[in-house]
Ligand binder design. Structure first.
Ligand code: AKG
Ligand code: FE2
Length: 317
């Protein structure tokens, strides 16, 4: 398989187990052979997606001081605004020419886990834009449902009980990022100038793109190919956590974003796992020698984020 396959997700919502198995097998093949697939017939109304993009534009158009007031540097929980060039998805490469805003699961300030300072259980930061929070949360919730459905497909394909991941996604860590890449107008020749080549950290990424090209995916044959915008589809890929959990049955795939010709917006939804879930490949592949030590999801994610952001380890004041 050299291209990114298009998979109709509707089969996973069918009452007919054979339909679900058929779709699961398509997903499994994509996750083994490419690590990426386009999800169509996903059930999320286009209006919810369009509204999220419109709200994203509204946010990034704010004065930089307003965005910096919500800086991720003020959040121990990976929420808030990441300014232009403040992130290196590939630490060996230069800074990413993009800005981002991260949201997680919405919890009240007095939630016991927030009060206790549990990792990744913080509050979200919200800009003062009327309607913004509700519109973003509508998109967030729709993606959570879709991500859980796709995990049922992974379970069927991997030969564990169909609800294996349900327990691990009951109170998951989620990172949803709205992203903006400025137009490069041919000024940068770095092929990974928008986002350095990387694999994603979690289980599953659902990416919505606008029509501007930029995303590239490294095939197993070592060739960078375009992952163009497909109308009505999410670009999906599996992350390193699912690779580890499945003892490398599924393989995460490097990807990067080249500096776009025109300003480009995308929304990445990283569905991860409950912070306390133990990622242990023996639960999925009991007959194989584990390639990785079991780890809680929170410890695993912390180690990955510390390597990405200087502010997390340099000075926590
Ligand atoms: O914006 C994109 O197209 C991809 C972003 C991405 O790969 C990421 O944020 O992990
Ligand atoms: Fe990514």
């Amino acid at each position: 398989m050299k291209e990114i396959p298009l998979i109709s997700i509707a089969g996973l919502r069918s009452d007919d187990i054979e339909e679900r198995r058929k779709t699961a097998a398509e997903l499994g093949r994509a996750c083994r052979e490419v690590g990426f697939f386009y999800a169509v017939d996903h059930g999320i109304p286009q209006s919810v997606i369009d509204t999220a993009f419109a709200e994203s534009q509204r946010f990034f158009a704010l004065p930089v001081e307003d965005k910096q007031a919500l800086s991720i540097k003020r959040s121990p929980h990976n929420r808030g605004y990441v300014a232009m060039a403040d992130e290196k998805l590939n630490p060996e490469s230069g800074a990413d020419m993009k800005e981002a805003f991260n949201l997680g699961v919405e919890l009240p300030e007095d939630h016991p886990e927030v009060v206790a300072g549990k990792p990744f259980r913080g509050v979200n930061f919200w800009p003062e834009l009327a309607g913004w929070r509700d519109n973003l949360l509508a998109y967030f919730d729709a993606c959570l449902d879709l991500g859980r459905v796709i995990h049922r497909g992974f379970s069927l394909d991997l030969g564990v009980s169909e609800d294996f991941f349900a327990q691990h996604l009951a109170e998951p860590v989620v990172t949803m990022r709205i992203l903006r890449y400025p137009a490069s107008a041919g000024q940068s020749d770095r092929k990974d100038g928008g986002a350095g080549a990387h694999t994603d950290y979690g289980n599953l990424t659902l990416l919505a793109t606008d029509k501007v090209a930029g995303l590239e995916v490294l095939t197993r044959q070592g060739e960078w190919i375009d992952a163009p915008h497909v109308e009505g589809a999410f670009v999906c890929n599996i992350g390193d956590c699912l690779m580890r959990w499945s003892n490398d049955t599924y393989v995460s795939t490097p990807h990067r974003v080249r500096p776009p010709e025109q300003e480009r917006y995308s929304i990445a939804y990283f569905l991860e796992a409950n912070p306390d879930s133990v990622v242990d490949s023996r639960d999925i592949c009991p007959d194989e020698t584990p390639k990785y030590a079991p780890v809680t999801f929170a410890d695993y994610l912390k180690s990955r984020l510390d390597a990405t952001y200087e502010h997390r380890t340099a000075d926590n004041s």
